[in-house]
Design a protein around this ligand. Structure first.
Ligand SMILES: Nc1ncnc2c1ncn2[C@@H]1O[C@H](COP(=O)(O)OP(=O)(O)O)[C@@H](O)[C@H]1O
Ligand SMILES: Cc1ncc(C[n+]2csc(CCOP(=O)(O)OP(=O)(O)O)c2C)c(N)n1
Ligand SMILES: [Mg+2]
Length: 317
């Protein structure tokens, strides 16, 4: 149920959001939202911020795409936990120059929420110098999947085909028009929520979404689990024309990487049921000298160390 909001331009904007979202908005207008967690499940919470000139540029994407993409990136963390979304909370910092785009941003947020089958239960609005969208996602899972459960002998998988977002980003940075499919992967990513729950239901031991780049995100899994991950370069699933290195470096993919005991996950059944490829890309091994290692086999010879790409690091720039 919505509550009546008081007068003022800020609340007019919230009213416009709620009108635009229709049934996607729920419980907005009180000091806080109240949600039920299904009995026997755990609450799963994550937040992500999307900032102009860091996560997008104004000329590259429409306001609607910016809203959808920020929301999808946040929902993707629920997918990676094997959680189903219960609702999201959206905080916007909106400079003057973006005021006319507010409703388009809201439309995009609504697109992602509709696609995920969830709702918007609250938020916040502020003026400020740089557009930023902070999306907090609330979800539930009977047994959330951490990054830390991978064990030696597990199989390593990744969903989808990698490389599109990096190629789109490079084209945009050069002022060129990206290939249409690459652009869609960058501008309109999809959170793999059904896929995450399917995998969680098969007993995956560790899972992560690919936001920083597969190589970097696998390092997080290896470190959290205290294992080494061996990746077969030839198996890394990529969009046609993308190099293995670029597929490993491409961030903001929002695909899922997971580890599973041998035989637990049937990749063909996954693809049949969900319409997205699931590729076995490697194996979990006992940690070597340093845990957190990812080793890439790039040819037939065993254990060849290849210079794996670093992931996106906000504070290294
Ligand atoms: N400002 C912060 N305060 C507390 N925890 C944080 C902060 N920033 C990041 N984290 C935590 O650090 C971990 C890694 O963050 P991040 O790389 O952003 O994860 P993800 O790729 O899943 O969004 C997460 O557990 C996140 O909650
Ligand atoms: C203008 C611009 N420059 C660079 C990028 C590429 N980029 C920005 S953030 C990022 C990594 C993912 O973002 P982050 O905030 O670390 O997401 P999280 O891991 O918290 O989900 C990448 C690849 C971009 N999308 N837009
Ligand atoms: Mg984050």
């Amino acid at each position: 149920m919505e509550h009546a909001l008081g007068p003022g331009a800020e609340f007019d904007a919230v009213r416009a959001f709620v009108d635009r979202w229709g049934a996607l908005a729920e419980g907005i207008g009180d000091d806080a939202a109240v949600l039920d967690v299904p009995r026997g499940e755990r609450l799963v919470v994550s937040t992500d911020v999307s900032v102009e000139n860091v996560h997008f540029r104004r000329g590259w994407l429409t306001a609607r795409e910016i809203g959808a993409r920020a929301t999808t990136g946040a929902l993707s963390d629920l997918a990676a936990m094997g959680a189903a979304p219960l609702g999201i909370v959206v905080a916007l910092v909106v400079p003057h120059a973006w005021r006319a785009e507010l409703e388009a941003l809201a439309e995009g947020i609504g697109d992602a929420v509709r696609l995920a089958g969830t709702r918007i239960v609250g938020g916040d609005l502020s003026g400020g110098d740089t557009l930023s969208i902070t999306v907090t996602v609330l979800g539930a899972a009977p047994q959330p999947v951490a990054r830390s459960g991978a064990r030696a002998g597990d199989e390593l998988f990744v969903t989808g085909l990698l490389g599109g977002p990096l190629r789109a980003l490079r084209a945009l940075e050069r002022g060129e028009t990206p290939d249409a499919l690459d652009r869609t992967r960058f501008a309109r990513p999809v959170a793999r929520l059904r896929e995450g729950r399917w995998l969680a239901g098969r007993g995956v031991t560790a899972m992560i979404d690919v936001s920083d780049g597969l190589a970097a995100d696998l390092r997080h899994v290896a470190a959290a689990s205290g294992v080494r991950l061996r990746v077969d370069a030839r198996r890394v699933p990529r969009v046609a024309g993308v190099s293995v290195r670029d597929a490993l470096a491409s961030g903001e993919e929002y695909e899922l990487a997971c580890c599973a005991p041998p035989g637990a996950v049937d990749a063909a059944a996954f693809e049949r049921e969900l319409g997205t490829p699931l590729t076995r890309v490697g194996t979990v091994e006992a940690a070597g000298a340093s845990s957190g290692d990812v080793v890439l086999d790039d040819d037939a010879s065993e254990g060849v160390r290849v210079d794996l790409p670093q992931g996106h690091d906000h504070f290294s720039i």
